[in-house]
Design a protein around this ligand. Structure first.
Ligand SMILES: Nc1nc2c(ncn2[C@@H]2O[C@H](COP(=O)(O)OP(=O)(O)OP(=O)(O)O)[C@@H](O)[C@H]2O)c(=O)[nH]1
Length: 317
């Protein structure tokens, strides 16, 4: 059975998530989309704004889905599957709109830690919306606004019609997350091909991410990213040991990491990625004519850069 592709919309309060969702639902894309909305408070406003284009809208108002202990998100995901299996509703994609204060981490983990959800849903991508007018202040004040950017596979800069383009803001976003491309979007108007099928959590991605800016130590952000590149082969069990050690001390700080490794004596590339404590690895295609090398991107909160660099540097034989 083909898993249902899930897109997670995150971004700080007022960044334009609902506006984008409305645009997604009104496009002629041929998908049947179900929506999970998360709002604070008993009265749901956004589902009235969205209109009736979604197959099914589930609104979770019992607190924020990233921090409630009630498994409300899990229940909603299972309910949707039940209704679909009973033939009551039909959908082939799911979009989840988080609240503006939500931490995407636990939401992402839901898709990796529950057996049925793992099988039936495929987390396709995390889209972070960033309000070009307010983002700087928001990220200065709230680390969660930085984390939302840190988890993203795509960053959408909204409200540039008011704020204009800012290289400084783009540079800051790239410092936080050097992996995600940044697109501008005005009132949600964007080609869906840029949002869907990002394969953000698939392992066959060609990871060649490099920071587009050369920067100094990051004093501005709590969340930042680093790229680790190794021009020597490493032992797979040694890599596991380095990762286990890093996770032992810093699991909560390593928001997201992804990489391609040159494993000693192996003709194939090893792709690996993780979100906090959960990580996985898979063999990819052979290196072929390409010069083998390793490249990894780590995105995290108060990123333990020295420890990461030291851990992998120690693998040089
Ligand atoms: N000028 C301008 N306004 C925008 C743009 N995108 C969204 N808005 C406006 O920004 C306001 C907030 O947009 P929403 O889509 O409700 O934002 P949200 O992220 O869903 O907000 P919360 O649910 O509160 O987190 C609305 O008044 C939108 O019309 C844009 O690109 N340009």
């Amino acid at each position: 059975m083909t898993p249902i592709a899930v897109t997670l919309l995150t971004g700080f309060l007022g960044a334009g998530k609902t506006t984008l969702l409305r645009h997604i639902l009104n496009e002629q894309h041929g998908f049947k989309i179900a929506v999970i909305e998360n709002e604070f408070g008993e009265v749901s406003v956004d589902d009235q704004l969205i209109g009736d284009r979604a197959t099914q809208i589930k609104t979770l108002t019992n607190g924020c889905i990233c921090c409630t202990r009630s498994n409300e998100l899990e229940d909603a995901l299972l309910d949707l599957l039940d209704s679909r299996d009973r033939g009551e509703i039909d959908f082939d994609r799911l979009v989840i709109e988080c609240t503006g204060m939500a931490d995407p981490g636990p939401i992402i983990q839901t898709f990796f830690s529950h057996e049925i959800l793992c099988q039936r849903y495929l987390l396709d991508g995390v889209i972070a919306l960033v309000d070009a007018v307010h983002a700087d202040d928001q990220m200065n004040q709230f680390t969660i606004a930085q984390s939302q950017v840190g988890y993203a596979d795509r960053i959408l800069l909204t409200k540039t019609d008011v704020a204009g383009e800012s290289d400084k803001l783009r540079e800051r976003l790239t410092r936080i997350n050097s992996r995600a491309p940044i697109y501008t979007v005005t009132f949600g108007d964007i080609d869906l091909a840029q949002l869907f099928n990002t394969n953000g959590f698939m392992l066959e991605e060609n990871v060649t991410t490099r920071p587009r800016f050369h920067f100094m130590a990051d004093k501005q952000n709590d969340v930042s990213s680093i790229v680790v590149e190794l021009d020597y082969p490493v032992d797979i069990s040694e890599v596991s040991r380095v990762m286990e050690n890093l996770l032992l001390s810093f699991a909560d700080k390593l928001l997201r990491y992804k990489g391609m490794l040159w494993i000693d004596g192996e003709p194939n590339r090893l792709l690996f990625q993780g979100v906090q404590r959960l990580y996985s690895a898979d063999w990819d295609r052979p290196w072929g004519d390409e010069q083998p090398h390793s490249v990894m991107v780590f995105i995290g909160l108060e990123l333990p850069e020295d420890e990461i660099h030291a851990g992998f540097a120690a693998l040089r034989k």
